[in-house]
Design a protein around this ligand. Structure first.
Ligand SMILES: C[S@@+](CC[C@H](N)C(=O)[O-])C[C@H]1O[C@@H](n2cnc3c(N)ncnc32)[C@H](O)[C@@H]1O
Length: 225
């Protein structure tokens, strides 16, 4: 049976670009800019995007003869990616099951991206360890996570339903869990891995709900050594 998060994103897919590009969703632009600043957007790269959505987070790698592997739980999102970027290979897959079911080659990717998705995955540690295996040496992982902020109106709980706090009488498909992490927790996970974190900072990621409350993410850029 399809999970609520899949049904929700299937429903959202057709309006996603219009809704987010109206200036409410800043995360992919910020991660794309960071990768460009570091000179990491190179021709012929092998790129994996986890939770690709409509492809906003892979924009920098298109038209560069890159091998793009785009993963999402929503078929409707992937359909839009295929229309925009026919060169992308798409995988309908739930990353909360772990990445081994994707049957990708180890030590293959130059870059792995996960923007706006890991807050929906309970076991972020497992994903970070599995991405480590998929990356080549000197490959990098850029991802966002939703930060736990005890003073914030919407970000003070470690776990809650996604729409809690701003939608009353939530429809069933809006009920899926969101997991928040502290910067310390993320840094701990990276200890004793093959990575080195080269940037780790907070951004204003998007404006949530009719009251347009700013939601903050942590951004991590890590290199496999
Ligand atoms: C907020 S959107 C971000 C999309 C894109 N990365 C961007 O920056 O615009 C989150 C995406 O993650 C997908 N997603 C959520 N949970 C997932 C899971 N467990 N496995 C794979 N994709 C998932 C959703 O379907 C949605 O397309």
């Amino acid at each position: 049976m399809a999970k609520n998060i899949e049904l929700y994103n299937d429903k959202l897919a057709e309006q996603y670009d219009e809704a987010t590009l109206k200036g409410k969703w800043f995360a992919p632009n910020k991660t794309n800019r960071l990768l460009s600043q570091f000179g990491f957007v190179k021709n012929n790269s092998a790129v994996l995007d986890l939770g690709v959505g409509t492809g906003q987070s892979i924009k920098s790698f298109t038209n560069k003869n890159c091998k793009i592997y785009a993963v999402d739980i929503s078929n409707k999102m992937l359909r839009i990616v295929r229309k925009k970027y026919p060169e992308a290979k798409t995988f309908k897959y739930d990353i909360s099951k772990g990445l081994s079911g994707l049957r990708l080659k180890d030590n293959f990717f130059d870059v792995v991206i996960a923007v706006g998705v890991l807050e929906f995955v309970k076991n972020i540690r497992k994903i970070i360890k599995e991405v480590d295996k998929l990356l080549k040496n000197n490959g990098y992982f850029i991802f966002t996570y939703e930060i736990l902020l005890p003073e914030h109106k919407l970000q003070r709980l470690k776990v809650q339903y996604n729409a809690d706090g701003y939608i009353e009488n939530q429809p069933n498909i809006a009920k899926f869990k969101l997991y928040r992490r502290s910067k310390k927790e993320i840094n701990e996970i990276f200890k004793n891995t093959g990575y080195q974190i080269i940037r780790h900072f907070k951004i204003r990621a998007f404006l949530k709900g009719p009251a347009k409350i700013p939601v903050y993410y942590g951004v991590v850029l890590a290199i496999k050594k």
